[in-house]
Ligand binder design. Structure first.
Ligand code: HEM
Ligand code: FPP
Length: 300
C-alpha cells in the first residue's frame, strides 16, 4: 500500500516537473518560430535534402529556441515575480529550481546543436546559436533592462528563423531569406507594443523601460501605426523581387490593410481590450502571411 502511494506521488511530481519544463519553453512562440523556419526551407532553391533532414533541422532550431526561452525564464525570474502576467511562471513561483531549469536548457541546447550539426550544417548551427545568444543574453540580460528600443533591436533574434531554415537547406547566406527576416523584424514592435500598452502597469512595477512606460501610450500608438505602415511596404518586397506571386501579394495586401486599420483604430480608442485585440491579431497576421507564402510557392 505504502509502495503504491509513494509510486503514485512520484508519478505526480514527475508529471509536474515535465509540465514545468514545458512551460518554460514558450511552446506556442517556438511553434511559430519553427513554422517560419519551415517556410525558409520551403522557399529555398533546389531542395536536395530529404524530408528527414528537413524535419530534424526544424526540430534542432525548435530545441535551441526552447532553450533560449528557458534561459529567459531563469534570467527574468525576479522581474517575472513582479508582473501579474508572469508571476505564476514555474521559476518565478519556485516550482522549478534554477539548477534544474539550467540543466534542462543546457540539455535542449546540446541536443539541438547536435541535430543541426548532423542533419543541417555548421553555418546554420552557428547562426541558430547566435540567435539564442541574441535573445537569451543580449535582449534578456541587457537590452530589456536598458532601453525602450529593447524589442526593436532584440527582435532580430526572433526574426532569424526563416534565414535559419533557408541556410539549413542551402548551406549559404543569400539575399531572399533576409526579406522574410525583415518582415518579422518590422512586425515585432507592433506585436509587442500592443501587449505592452495593455500591460504597462506590470512593466512600470518591474521597472522595465518599455516604450509605453518611458514615452507614454499615445506615442507608442503612433509608433505602432508607423511600424505597421513600414511593415506593409516591407511585405511587398518578396513579390517585387519575384520571390513570390500574386496569391501572396493578395493575402499580404488584405492582411496589411487590416493591420494598419486596427493600428489606427487603437490610436483613437481608450479601451485596453483594443490593445490586446491588436496583439492577438498580430499573431494571426504572421501565421496567415507565412501560410500565404507557402501556398503561393507550392500551389502555383
Ligand atoms: C523581441 C521580440 C518579441 C517580444 C518582446 C515578444 C513578446 C511577446 C510577449 C510578451 C508575449 C506574451 C506571452 C505571454 O502571454 O506569456 C508574446 C506572445 C507571443 N509571441 Fe511574441 N515577442 C517577440 C517576438 C516574437 C516572434 C519572433 C514570434 C514568432 C515568429 C512571436 C510569436 C508569439 C506568439 C505565437 C505568442 C502567443 C503565445 C501564447 O499565446 O502563449 N513573438 N510575445
Ligand atoms: C534560436 C532562436 C531562434 C531564438 C529565439 C528565441 C525566442 C523564444 C524568441 C521569442 C521572443 C519572445 C517571446 C520574446 C519575449 O520575451 P520577454 O522576456 O520580453 O517576454 P516575457 O515577459 O513574456 O518573458
Amino acid at each position: 500500500m505504502t509502495i503504491l502511494h509513494v509510486s503514485h506521488r512520484w508519478q505526480l511530481s514527475t508529471k509536474q516537473f515535465l509540465l514545468n519544463c514545458l512551460a518554460i519553453c514558450k511552446i506556442k512562440v517556438v511553434l511559430m518560430l519553427v513554422l517560419t523556419a519551415w517556410i525558409g526551407i520551403a522557399l529555398a532553391p533546389d531542395m536536395q535534402r530529404g524530408w528527414l533532414a528537413q524535419v530534424m533541422s526544424l526540430l534542432g532550431i525548435g530545441l535551441l529556441s526552447a532553450s533560449a526561452a528557458a534561459v529567459n525564464h531563469i534570467v527574468d525570474r525576479e522581474i517575472d515575480k513582479k508582473m501579474a502576467r508572469t508571476r505564476h511562471r514555474p521559476i518565478a513561483s519556485a516550482q522549478l529550481s534554477i539548477a534544474n531549469a539550467l540543466l534542462f536548457a543546457f540539455t535542449l541546447a546540446i541536443i539541438g546543436c547536435a541535430m543541426l550539426i548532423i542533419w543541417s550544417n555548421i553555418l546554420c548551427t552557428l547562426l541558430t546559436l547566435g540567435a539564442l545568444v541574441g535573445y537569451a543574453v543580449i535582449y534578456t540580460l541587457f537590452l530589456k533592462r536598458a532601453t525602450p528600443q529593447n524589442i526593436v533591436i532584440g527582435g532580430l533574434a526572433g526574426a532569424m528563423p526563416p534565414l535559419l531554415g533557408w541556410v539549413s537547406e542551402t548551406g549559404a547566406l543569400s539575399a531572399p531569406p533576409w526579406l522574410l527576416v525583415m518582415i518579422i523584424f518590422t512586425w515585432t514592435p507592433p506585436h509587442f507594443w500592443a501587449l505592452a500598452i495593455a500591460r504597462r502597469n506590470d512593466y512600470q512595477r518591474a521597472n522595465i523601460p518599455m516604450l509605453p512606460v518611458t514615452h507614454g501610450v499615445s506615442f507608442t500608438k503612433l509608433c505602432i501605426i508607423a511600424y505597421s505602415i513600414l511593415l506593409a511596404i516591407v511585405c511587398l518586397l518578396p513579390y517585387l523581387i519575384g520571390m513570390s506571386g500574386w496569391i501572396y501579394l493578395l493575402c499580404a495586401c488584405v492582411l496589411n490593410v487590416l493591420f494598419i486599420g486596427k493600428s489606427i483604430g487603437l490610436y483613437w480608442s481608450q479601451c485596453e481590450q483594443q490593445a490586446m485585440a491588436l496583439f492577438r491579431f498580430s499573431i494571426s497576421y504572421l501565421l496567415l502571411l507565412f501560410i500565404a507564402l507557402f501556398i503561393d510557392q507550392w500551389w502555383l
